[in-house]
Design a protein around this ligand. Sequence first.
Ligand code: GLY
Ligand code: MN
Length: 470
Amino acid sequence: MLTFSRETYVERRAALAAALRAVGEDGLVLFVGNVDACAQLKAECYRFRQDSSWLYYFGLDEPGLAATIDLSNGVETLYADDVSEEDMIWIGPQPPVASKAFEAGVEAFKPSAALDGVIAGALASGRKVLFLPPSRYYNTMRLMDLLHISKEEVAAGSLPLIEAVVQMRLVKTPEEIALIDEACDLGYEMHTVGRDLIRPGVVEGDIVDQMDFIATSKGWGVSFGTIFTQHGEIFHNPSHDKVIEPGRMIVVDAGLEAHSHYASDFTRTYPSDGKFTPKQKAIYEIALAAHEKAFSLTRPGVAYRDVHLAAEAVILEGLKAVGIVEGDVAEMVAEGIGGLFLPHGLGHNMGLDVHDMEDLGEDHVGYDPDQKRAGRLGLGSLRMARRLKPGHVITDEPGVYFNVGLIESWRRSGKGSGRINYSLLEKEYYDFGGIRIEDDVLVTPTGARRLGTRRLPVTVSDIESLMLRR
Ligand code: GLY
Ligand code: MN
């Protein structure tokens, strides 16, 4: 049983073919699904995760499939094999390829081995074969073999196909939005379980286990490795072996991938002992103000790049009020001072991937053709800069971080001197950590709405009353 109806997949592929023909393409579109990634022997593989673009256009959630769409006559062909006697021993009887093709609405099907000849024939007759850059290395090698091109050419993919796929997958349909809402509701549960367990003396990993159990018992799994850290200023902090100490801020950034494979991604930051110190409250409220400001600006026509800059301005205004920076806020934004405290982008697209389609190229996905990625810290890491359209699903996740290594590096090089109060940072904030607050947001025709039926508590008073009541 596929996630969507047969008609949905048929319509998506027809729309893709029409978009490609509209820009003058008449070759063969080649899709390769993911294969099993074996940990050791053939029968000992990591859990299978299908390629997301394959899922979007064909829905069949199993390894080893490929398909072509012939743009000259509209013929679609699935390449797959009926289960062999040997495979039958390991995986049992499986539906025949004919019924899989029927489920996906593909009329023609051939054995997998036929693909080489079909592609060789197309190339020999001078036809173009369009393909997406694969996210897995096995498929890179497969495409190198099929197309006789270099690894770099495979990694670049076919631009007209990338652009057509991105345009379609960026704008979510009501059916997709309902599935993302479901993933967000389960993500809410995952976060609630985590928040309720936070207290000094508990090992971080014991809480992560309980959160991840929600993801695996109620959904497909986590949409990315759960981030649970008393050092939120360090973004990739994968170990969860520390005991929770009193007086820390804990960044909990976690998401759930539903059985439909649609993702959620939320971040909350909690005081480890349930009550914010005055300093923690002051910085938290700066991050929250930036988060709310970003949401208030999110609507069709607005470039998310400008929303990032507005969030940065709120952060600098707040840091100015507590004496960490000084000067004109607009000038500081222009000088890139905000990047020291927010060294990542405001958000990213979300859908079948938590960072939707970034395997197709971050700039292809997150930037309009007339937008160029900035070279500076923070804004340069912005993954979604586009002018917003109804149906875009994005994250709103500003933060305020005190990364000592980064601060010291700026200080040594004289960056931000006259703007940044380095001695105050050293005296008061070097053991602070970081704060991030993240919700998932749908752009609507008139503005935006947060995804999921319930919003995770986010104000200081709501968090304190929940944590202190336990
Ligand atoms: N929540 C993880 C990320 O956005 O990178
Ligand atoms: Mn995120």
